[in-house]
Design a protein around this ligand. Structure first.
Ligand SMILES: N[C@@H](CCC(=O)N[C@@H](CS)C(=O)NCC(=O)O)C(=O)O
Length: 231
């Protein structure tokens, strides 16, 4: 089996798939794509002309899979590990997909809008778009706060697909719009997510690239270095 993941260590959607891979210790070769470098990313664009990362290529099946949710379902089907990331029961599977979409579309996408707007040149800012994104993010925080009233993970009893989506989305969202003082259950869920070995590893690998993140000065100090090893 040779799985290749085209990704960037700082990119939040890539974190979602890295977490899934690390949860099951699935072997893969990482191919870093620098979308800012037109020449270097030309061969990647042949693979997936939309230019969105991550993308998974499976040599054994000669199959290229874009889109994080589909990649995780593909891994679950073809390279299952000790920790299935999708529930087997159909109703729960739908719920897993729903909350996966929720974290992608209503947390990750709006926070991406706010962050990328900061990188725009003067005169190119989209004030209305950013205000709408902030409003979506606020509504999403309130929904997560209600959702996490009586549960450990987003869906079912086990860490799964929706939690893979939630971890990076909330990591970046929490830097831009902190939630611990306003949303206690969301904050507790976030702490559980950040405690997963798969998530810690993903953040540690992103750390050398934090200086590229426009909100770098707001990253909580606990994420700036590895935890001291236990005695
Ligand atoms: N819906 C896609 C979103 C992927 C996505 O937007 N990736 C970002 C990186 S976090 C990207 O490629 N951005 C580059 C761009 O939009 O040009 C997925 O789930 O894979």
């Amino acid at each position: 089996m040779v799985l290749a993941l085209y990704f960037h260590p700082l990119a939040s959607f890539c974190h979602k798939v890295l977490i899934a891979l690390y949860e099951n210790e699935t072997p893969f070769i990482g191919k870093v794509v620098d979308l800012a470098d037109k020449d270097a990313s030309a061969s990647f664009l042949e693979l997936w002309p939309l230019g969105k990362i991550p993308v998974l290529h499976d040599d054994d099946r000669d199959r290229t899979t874009p889109e994080t949710t589909i990649i995780i379902e593909y891994l679950d089907q073809h390279y299952p590990g000790a920790r299935p990331l999708l529930p087997s029961e159909e109703g729960q599977r739908l719920e897993a997909r729903l909350w996966d979409r929720f974290f992608d579309l209503y947390v990750q996408v709006p926070v991406g809008k706010v962050v990328t707007d900061r990188l725009r040149a003067d005169g190119e800012h989209d004030l209305r778009g950013v205000a709408d994104a902030m409003s979506t993010l606020g509504a999403a925080y309130d929904m997560i706060e209600r959702r996490m009233a009586d549960r450990t993970w987003a869906v079912g009893e086990r860490f799964g697909l929706a939690d893979c989506a939630a971890a990076p989305a909330l990591f970046y969202a929490g830097i831009v719009v902190p939630f611990p003082k306003t949303h206690a259950r969301l904050a507790a869920y976030f702490d559980r997510l950040m405690d997963r070995a798969s998530v810690k590893r993903t953040i540690a690998e992103a750390r050398p690239y934090f200086h590229l993140f426009p909100y770098k000065d707001s990253i909580p100090t606990r994420f700036l270095q590895d935890e001291p090893a236990a005695d």
